[in-house]
Design a binder for this molecule. Sequence first.
Ligand SMILES: [Zn+2]
Length: 67
Amino acid sequence: MRVKCVICDSVEKINSNSPEAKRLRNRRIHTYLCPSCNDRIGERTKERHATGNFKLFKEKKSKDQLI
Ligand SMILES: [Zn+2]
């Protein structure tokens, strides 16, 4: 089956019998990520865990105060 990456819109072919394809069919929302986007998100998640989760929230708050 053909699936579309939700981030970069690239279309990939995956095996229709693979667990991932079954999961995508069962869920109405298609949340397929191509391998490169998957890697990027995985890396970001790892980075966040390494540096602490709250950095992003702090940045947002200080921006709001400037406005
Ligand atoms: Zn992608």
